[in-house]
Design a protein around this ligand. Structure first.
Ligand SMILES: [Zn+2]
Length: 217
């Protein structure tokens, strides 16, 4: 199945400028590894940015310049996979599923209960201990509690898929959400395993939200 949901221009530009936090950068890299389209766009941004920096006086670019660079760079091959596997607990993943190579060197914990049919596994980045990164596993047809975000969330779908008010997401897709989106993802019949990073916290609705606020989370 082809990728339907890509990184936004804003996220690609922030990634190119090194301005994403470590967690968001990791999930961005996971998407880039599997998406020639976004690798091409990133390379185009970097090329245009580099060219602008080299100009003493900014000159107008031909309208086709960006798309020409894009067309050439979309053909770039995927980066070579990293052979060192992440340290990880026994996650009992589906046999056909592989973890993104960008998780090499990370420490992946065991599955922990998050809600009915929903588990998470903390992903620790030795180079950024405070990064808020997790694997999420949602059982077939289960929904995650309705929530919004304090800032930005990036979710790369690794296996299966889900739907919410913003669309349907399958393997290789990335979902970007911020504080303007209140959503309740529901896994499809295969269930869903994804890699997610948060900038800021979650704002939960319903009873879990009330518990969260009482506990001051
Ligand atoms: Zn993409």
């Amino acid at each position: 199945m082809s990728i339907q949901h890509h990184l936004s221009d804003d996220t690609l530009l922030r990634h190119a400028a090194g301005r994403l936090n470590a967690g968001l950068a990791l999930v961005t890299a996971a998407h880039l590894h599997g998406c020639a389209h976004c690798r091409g766009r990133l390379a185009a941004f970097e090329a245009v940015g580099g060219a602008l920096l080299e100009m003493e006086a900014p000159a107008a670019m031909a309208p086709s310049a960006f798309s020409n660079v894009l067309a050439r760079l979309e053909e770039r091959p995927a980066p070579a996979p990293i052979l060192r596997a992440p340290r990880r607990a026994a996650l009992n993943l589906p046999p056909e599923m592989t973890l993104p190579p960008v998780l090499a060197g990370c420490d992946i914990g065991r599955w922990l209960w998050l809600g009915r049919g929903v588990r998470y596994s903390r992903v620790r980045l030795p180079w950024a201990p405070d990064a808020n990164v997790m694997l999420l596993r949602v059982a077939a047809s289960r929904a995650v509690v309705s929530h919004a975000h304090a800032a930005q969330e990036l979710t790369q779908i690794l296996h299966g898929g889900y739907s919410d008010s913003t669309g349907q997401y399958g393997p290789g897709d990335i979902a970007e959400h911020d504080e303007t989106v209140l959503h309740q993802p529901r896994a499809d019949e295969e269930g869903c395993i994804c890699l997610a990073a948060l900038e800021g916290g979650l704002r939960l609705d319903g009873w879990m939200g009330r518990v969260q606020r009482r506990l001051g989370l």
